[in-house]
Write a protein that binds this ligand. Structure first.
Ligand SMILES: C[S@@+](CC[C@H](N)C(=O)[O-])C[C@H]1O[C@@H](n2cnc3c(N)ncnc32)[C@H](O)[C@@H]1O
Length: 394
């Protein structure tokens, strides 16, 4: 027998290590990704070192855990346009545009946990801090995508044009637009950007984009609920088209409008069986009830919000959801309410079922809360691609 024919059979523990190492994630992250309870989370170490026998059902789940990135960038021959993904998070914007033929040629995200989710799902590691990257080194691309953090501009603004943005992350976007002159861009932000610093922030952004010779239709606020998911999430979308590629009498760009579909219910995204670890403790629930009472006394409506499977939508899931779940708790019969699971949050943001969640639950909540509703982005991407194709720009 030659060496090549020798087949060493791995123990179950070694198989688990092999899968976990391929994913390059910790045991805690793997446990959360597998949806294990707290007791099982502790056992994982013993199963992996073959000190205890792993239950068949969990071992099967581990063997079936995907280790190849499900959303790799499109093969070169299939793509319609190239795109860059800035402030990439976990790539929600990228995925919406990828569905319409976008091939990502560069991405940037500095959070190491978001980078991990990105790497495992798209098979590429985003570059880090965008402020440290020379725009000249960014590959040429057709569409620039960015869900950038909202920051105020210096008080001296609206005097020097482009330079007004210096020191903000928007300035990094503007510098790339200036250097690379992509055919179009899509920027996404919280709805509050419109009123931020009494409207000055948006005003400066729009004047700089205009100065860079982009046609920027009036930004639109779009709600995830109008795009097929049971979440009330309003976000501002700013698109722009490079006038160098448009005729003088270009048409007005139309944002997608979505529809109100009364048949959509929170029940659609809820799991049938949910581990008790997501039920909030008596202490936390008590705290929620007391805060609600105090808010009511003061005459405001803040406090935690309860939903059930018949609710039309949840409130907006934010990056702070992991703290106490106050934005959206789910009622349970005879028990305290529970938090949404990370997978349920993923569904509320329109992420596909095969999107891999390779981080701890608290990181996953942050990542989905920070991300976008992919359905909204998908609809915007469609209208943008149609618009550009109409002028044979793509
Ligand atoms: C609102 S989130 C965008 C999420 C993204 N649209 C998605 O679908 O997941 C903004 C992201 O920008 C990242 N970020 C902030 N400053 C950055 C910088 N200087 N360089 C790279 N990434 C940065 C944050 O870590 C965060 O993930």
């Amino acid at each position: 027998m030659t060496n090549a024919n020798v087949c060493i059979k791995l123990t179950k523990g070694q198989e688990i290590t092999k899968i976990r190492e391929k994913l390059d994630i910790t045991r805690k992250e793997f446990s959360d990704a597998l949806g294990l309870g707290l007791v099982e989370e502790k056992e994982l170490k013993f199963w992996e070192t073959d000190k205890k026998e792993i239950p068949d059902e969990i071992y099967k789940r581990i063997l079936n855990f995907p280790t190849d990135p499900p959303f790799v960038t499109l093969e070169s021959e299939k793509y319609k346009f190239t795109q860059i993904d800035l402030f990439a998070g976990i790539g929600g914007i990228r995925l919406g545009f990828q569905r319409h033929g976008g091939r990502t040629v560069f991405s940037s995200e500095w959070d190491k946990f978001a980078q991990k989710t990105y790497r495992i799902n798209y098979g590429e590691m985003p570059a880090g801090d965008i402020t440290q990257i020379d725009e000249k080194n960014i590959p040429n691309h057709d569409i620039l995508l960015a869900g950038f953090p909202c920051q105020p501009f210096s008080q001296a603004g609206l005097k020097k044009g482009f330079e007004d943005a210096r020191g903000t992350l928007f300035f990094n976007i503007a510098k790339i637009l200036k250097e690379k002159r992509p055919k179009a861009f899509m920027l996404e932000n919280v709805k509050q950007l419109r009123g931020h610093d009494k409207g000055r922030t948006l005003e400066i952004i729009l004047s700089i984009l205009d100065e860079l010779n982009y046609y920027v239709p009036e930004p639109e606020i779009l709600n995830a609920y109008h795009f097929g998911v049971p979440q009330n999430r309003e976000r501002i979308i700013i698109v722009g088209f490079n006038k160098d590629y448009l005729p003088n009498n270009y048409m007005e760009f139309q944002y997608p409008t979505g529809i109100v579909d009364n048949s959509i219910k929170v029940g659609e995204i809820l799991d049938k069986k949910v581990n008790d670890r997501f039920t909030i403790s008596d202490k936390l629930f008590q705290g929620h009830l007391e805060r609600k009472k105090a808010h009511k006394k003061k005459g405001n409506g803040f406090g935690f919000s309860l939903f059930n499977s018949e609710s039309p939508y949840t409130s907006t899931i934010s990056a702070r959801y992991y703290k106490d779940g106050s934005e959206a708790l789910i009622e349970q019969d005879g028990k305290n309410p529970r938090m949404l699971t990370p997978r349920e949050c993923a569904r509320l943001q329109g992420f596909p079922e095969d999107f891999i969640i390779p981080v701890s639950n608290s990181q996953a909540y942050r990542q989905f809360g920070n991300s976008v509703c992919i359905n909204v982005i998908d609809a915007v991407a469609k209208n943008m691609v149609d618009y550009l194709e109409n002028y044979k720009v793509l």
